[in-house]
Design a protein around this ligand. Structure first.
Ligand code: G6P
Length: 601
């Protein structure tokens, strides 16, 4: 979704680093971008370039030239449209009437409409349909009434509702304000004297510095710039809070495509090792956590999207492996269950990015009630990590493609391991998962991919695909549907096998494809019966299973991975999604309308 990068340095030439920073946020999914600088000599103090489309292939030097010589400051943004369509006008930065203030903003201002109407009545020229644009105009008013930039920013910030973060640049006083109101924003301390970064995502500057200061919610950092005087590069927080510089000892992992055409295929292939990496944990901590799971009065597993499906699989895994009832819920629907949260409750939040707003909101509900929060994360230093009482890293390395693959199976691996640890069978869990990792390693070979490609060719013109599963593979059927939908734009729907006859069967006609995820467990016989019901009505049955069966029109062979069957079953579907995307002319890495890091509700 939206991304913010700002940069201050001694001298001029700040914009190119912001462009590079924005390119690092490319993976988040967005539809337009823009940059503003303070021009060294110009009648309009703020220079802005903004465009619809991707910044990835944009030549940095051309953009820098268009912006002109700057005073050692630049702010930039990638926008994922919420308020107002995908247009150049709606792209950030937005400026005030005087042209001296420019803002980039993530998240949503829920009460913007009233401010906007009043600003227009008072004669302000608002050029976009965004909620963001009210910020520079409100600060402009505060400053016209005699307040300093700092006071005006703090006053406006206090009035904004909703989760957001913004960076506002003032060409007049030579400052930028970085304000965090519920959405992430981190300050990076550069290596050169006076060099500072601000970004919504550590990836925006991690190539240049790993020394950071975290801005907390409700805080504002003011950074001074002036191309000539290094002493001006100081940082001050709104309420004069002391901030420690923290060195982030974390590598995002391989960030290139490593010779693959797309991140999606690279990340699918990385599952050869990420399953084992995920369970490479400190036994002592795992056992401690298992103890808290056992003793909690109630345990919730919460996540969004694909991570939400991992939570649902977790509910089955804890039940079958540890005989422990845990409650899985998608984060956006959790509110209803808040009454069960006490200081004896445990909340396990699962999130690749650690920034998903819906999950952050659940943690906000859990903490004041005294519930303990454990997060399973892939991004170190993320908001969720800092909000949680404890966390475990899933160790999948940077995941760029919007469609989650290696993070999903890493999450599944760690949840399975925790279930075994809770059952007092940690070593058995490790053995099972290491075996699954080896089986996946064998499975991911060129011949296998060729076979999946053949199936993709058969399915490429279909309008609907049904996917069925039972037990722990029911949530995996739903996850398979998410994967196929987001990569191929074919309507795919995942059902519990037993629910077919309660509605979906009405859709089956000659040639309707139905993927059946059939594990070698106590659901097998019933799953085969469900597949037969589809076949009897002319459906085209694709069995994902360790063994072939005569009812399958197409067999995708997967290893018999026991309780790790969700991992084994989802990987061929990820690959199928990739090839469907290619055959249908879709960029597998960046599906339309979707984002990697979902920072709005
Ligand atoms: C988006 C991504 C999904 C992800 C979900 C939750 O929809 O495309 O892959 O599962 O957000 O994100 P999180 O970072 O919390 O795992």
């Amino acid at each position: 979704m939206c991304g913010i990068v700002a940069y201050i340095r001694k001298g001029s030439g700040a914009s190119s680093r912001v462009i590079e920073g924005l390119k690092k946020l490319e993976y988040r999914g967005y539809d337009s971008w823009g940059i503003a600088t303070v021009a060294e000599e110009s009648s309009a103090p703020v220079a802005v370039v903004k465009k619809v489309g991707k910044i990835g292939s944009v030549d940095s030097s051309r953009v820098s030239r268009a912006l002109g010589r700057d005073r050692g400051v630049a702010i930039g943004h990638t926008r994922w449209a919420t308020h107002g369509g995908i247009t150049q006008k709606n792209a950030h930065p937005h400026v005030d009437c005087s042209g001296r203030l420019a803002v980039v903003h993530n998240g949503i201002i829920e009460n913007y409409q009233g401010f906007r109407d009043r600003l227009i009545k008072r004669g302000h020229r608002l050029l976009s349909e965004t909620d963001t644009e009210i910020i520079p105009h409100l600060v402009e008013e505060g400053m016209s009434a005699g307040r300093s930039f700092r006071d005006a920013v703090l006053e406006v910030s206090r009035q904004l509702e909703g989760r957001s973060a913004f960076v506002l640049m003032d060409a007049g006083s030579g400052q930028i304000a970085a304000v965090r109101l519920g959405a992430p924003l981190i300050v990076g301390v550069g290596k050169e004297p006076g060099e500072m970064y601000v970004s919504s995502d550590i990836a925006g500057f991690l190539d240049y510095t790993n020394r950071v200061m975290y801005i907390d919610d409700g805080q504002a950092a003011f950074l001074h710039f002036d191309g000539t005087r290094p002493k001006f590069f100081e940082i001050a927080f709104g309420e004069s809070v002391y901030k420690r510089i923290v060195t982030v000892d974390w590598k995002r992992g391989e960030v290139g495509k490593s010779g693959y055409d797309h991140f999606l295929m690279k990340e699918i292939m990385e599952q050869k090792h990420t399953i084992a990496d995920a369970i490479n944990q400190d036994d002592k901590r795992i056992l401690e956590i298992a103890g808290s799971i056992r003793h909690a009065s109630v345990v919730f597993l919460v996540g969004s999207g694909t991570a939400g499906r991992v939570c649902a699989a977790g509910e089955y895994l804890f039940s079958t492996i540890a005989k422990k009832h845990v409650n899985a819920e998608v984060a956006s629907e959790f509110r209803n269950y808040k009454h069960y949260l006490t200081n004896k409750a445990l909340m396990i939040a699962i999130s690749q990015s650690g920034e998903t707003t819906d999950v952050l909101e659940v943690i906000d509900i859990a903490k004041p009630r005294g519930a303990k929060v454990l997060s399973l994360l892939n991004v170190f230093g993320s908001t969720m990590m800092r909000m949680s009482d404890d966390f475990l890293m899933i160790n999948a390395g940077a995941e760029h493609a919007v469609a989650s693959t290696k993070a999903t199976t890493a999450q599944l691996s760690l949840v399975t391991l925790l279930a075994y640890a809770t059952a007092g069978r940690l070593d058995e869990g490790k053995r099972l998962l290491l075996n699954a990792a080896a089986q996946v390693n064998d499975m991911l070979n060129p011949r296998y991919e060729e076979y999946i490609k053949k199936l993709a060719r058969k399915l490429k013109n279909k309008h609907d695909i049904m996917i069925i599963g039972r037990g722990v593979n029911y949530p995996m059927a739903e996850e398979a549907a998410i994967k196929l939908t987001e990569t191929s734009y074919i309507h795919a729907h995942g059902f519990a096998g037993g629910e077919l006859k309660h509605g979906p069967l009405a859709l089956v006609e000659k040639g309707t494809p139905c993927i059946a995820l059939i594990a070698n467990d106590d659901t097998k016989a019933e799953m085969l019966s469900n597949a037969i019901e589809v076949k009897a009505r002319g459906g085209y049955v694709i069995g994902v299973s360790p063994e072939n069966n005569k009812i399958f029109d197409y067999w995708i062979r997967v290893p018999d991975a026991g309780n790790a069957s969700p991992i084994a079953n989802i990987i061929p579907i990820q690959m199928l999604g990739y090839h469907l995307a290619l055959l249908r002319g879709i960029n597998p890495d960046y599906p339309r309308n979707l984002a990697k890091s979902v920072t709005v509700k």
